[in-house]
Design a protein around this ligand. Structure first.
Ligand SMILES: [Zn+2]
Length: 483
């Protein structure tokens, strides 16, 4: 039985004002080439690097969020190799003394189990320049040169494409929550490489490295592809070649990148221009206080405090600003204000309107900036209590919600202005129900013959005829009374 063994190497650009070793702006959005440059990040001889404190704080924050040990002593080394995007001829990195060691991240799998994936290390280095290919020539843009780059290496604890994808997704959430990195894969702020081998109980397989993965889907698909490819080779009695392969998204395949077969000799040695890093326990404790609530903590709290279903919780985990909004709305509900609990379904109703209707409205608004600006949490809570008190039907609630979003208005004012109030006069309701009964004699006789579906059909007809101004409960009551 062949078993996949997978490890990840993830590069993450830290979000800082300036670059890793100089005061040039760290701006991944800069479109003008070679704007944010100086002798240090251009690699001029004799230019001296200085360490960016804020970048070090970001990697410590990442390490703490990922249960790593933060080392009191670490240092920078020179990793020597030649490439046109690396003018110094070496990259400043960390070799045997990284800042973060031995962490882990727990990920939720689709079958409901939790898998712990250990993290070997996270070290700090500098990004390289970017090569731009134009026709027959290649240009170099140094804006990215020396941007702080964290490299995270997992232990080979991963055994499937799903586990790898879930790890990368959870990591991205943690980085974004704590403002450590923009972590956008399409923009190259987070870049994944996969090591994968297949082995049986007797012998270990050959490791193949896959690069060019710039989406979660690419991580997942490339692993699935490699497992299949390597399996076929082994089952035919062949041997998998140790190599670096690239993922080709258009063809959905990996291909040999034809790099040199032998491993690079990087000749690491301590950078004589940079002092070792001494990070005290007090400093680490201070940075620890800056950690915000992590996705996993939020999942647990949303379950305990609001008893939401897993699907809704996952929605909020991925939409933190709507999660904040949801909590603000809840805090405005009268029941919550009184005893931090709501007996009726108010919380669920509130959440459903945010997850479905409000989310749909936001999606259709290309100019959306912030929900608080459009609908105050007070107004949203008022809409929910109008529903709970049967003052409006859910159809009317949807109409009012859209109007609130458009006009920033108050729900009770909109209700009055638009003439959407419920019909409360029984004789008016009865006359609507009577005309529905007359127009649908077949459904009436079917219901009398025992078909419950026909009854629901009649209720629907009454709702439609009244344009949602009668609640389903009231419609059911009057239909039963009249037939
Ligand atoms: Zn610079």
């Amino acid at each position: 039985m062949l078993k996949p063994t997978i490890g990840l190497e993830i590069h993450i650009e830290a979000k800082t004002n300036s670059k890793m070793f100089c005061s040039c702006k760290n701006d991944p959005e800069e479109k003008e080439p070679n704007k944010n440059i100086c002798p240090v990040c251009l690699g001029h001889p004799g230019a001296l690097p200085t360490i960016n404190r804020s970048a070090i704080e970001k990697i410590i924050l990442a390490g703490l969020a990922l249960n790593c040990e933060i080392k009191n002593y670490s240092r920078f080394d020179r990793k020597s190799y030649f490439y046109p995007d690396l003018p110094k001829g070496y990259q400043i990195s960390q070799f045997d003394f990284p800042i973060c060691k031995d962490g882990y991240l727990d990920v939720h799998l689709d079958d409901g189990t939790i898998k712990r994936i250990r993290i070997n290390r996270i070290h700090m280095e500098e990004d390289t320049a970017r090569l731009v290919h134009e026709g027959p020539s290649t240009l170099v843009d140094f804006n990215r040169s020396s941007v702080p780059l964290m490299e995270l290496v997992t232990e080979p604890d991963i055994n499937s494409a799903e586990e790898a994808k879930k790890f990368a997704q959870e990591l991205q959430l943690i980085l974004k929550y704590n403002d450590i990195s923009g972590a956008n894969m399409e923009k190259g702020q987070m870049r994944c490489e996969v090591n994968i081998s297949l082995s049986d109980t007797e012998k270990l397989g050959t490791k193949v490295e896959v690069k060019n993965l710039n989406s979660f889907k690419a991580v997942e698909k490339s692993i699935e592809y490699e497992i299949k490819r390597q399996k076929e080779i082994i089952e035919k009695g062949g041997k998998v070649k140790q190599e670096t392969r690239g993922w080709y998204d258009d063809k959905q395949i990996t291909m040999d990148q034809r790099e040199k077969e032998d491993a690079f000799e990087y000749r690491y040695f301590p950078d004589p221009d940079l002092p070792p890093l001494n990070i005290s326990d007090e400093e680490i404790e201070k940075i620890k206080k800056r950690l915000v609530e992590l996705p996993e903590q939020k999942r647990k709290r949303f379950k305990e405090e609001y008893n939401l279903d897993d699907k809704s919780i996952e929605f909020y985990i991925n939409e933190p600003s709507l999660a904040d909004y949801f909590e603000k709305v809840i805090s405005e509900l009268d029941c919550w204000k009184k005893h931090k609990n709501c007996e009726k379904d108010s919380i669920k109703v509130c959440s459903n309107y945010i997850v479905t209707d409000l989310q749909a409205i936001i999606k259709n608004d290309p100019n959306f900036t912030s929900i608080d600006e459009r609908i105050t949490p007070e107004n949203f809570a008022e809409l929910v209590s109008m529903l709970e008190n049967n003052e409006i039907s859910s159809n009317i609630a949807k109409i009012i919600l859209l109007e609130m979003y458009k006009t920033k208005g108050d729900p009770s004012n909109i209700l009055k202005e638009k003439g959407l109030s419920q019909i409360t006069d029984d004789s008016e309701i009865e006359s609507i129900v009577k005309s529905v009964i007359e127009e649908n004699t077949k459904a009436v006789s079917d219901y009398k013959a025992g078909k419950t579906n026909s009854f629901m059909f009649l209720v629907g007809q009454v709702m439609a005829k009244s344009k949602g101004k009668i609640t389903p409960q009231k419609a059911e009551e009057i239909i039963k009374k009249l037939i």
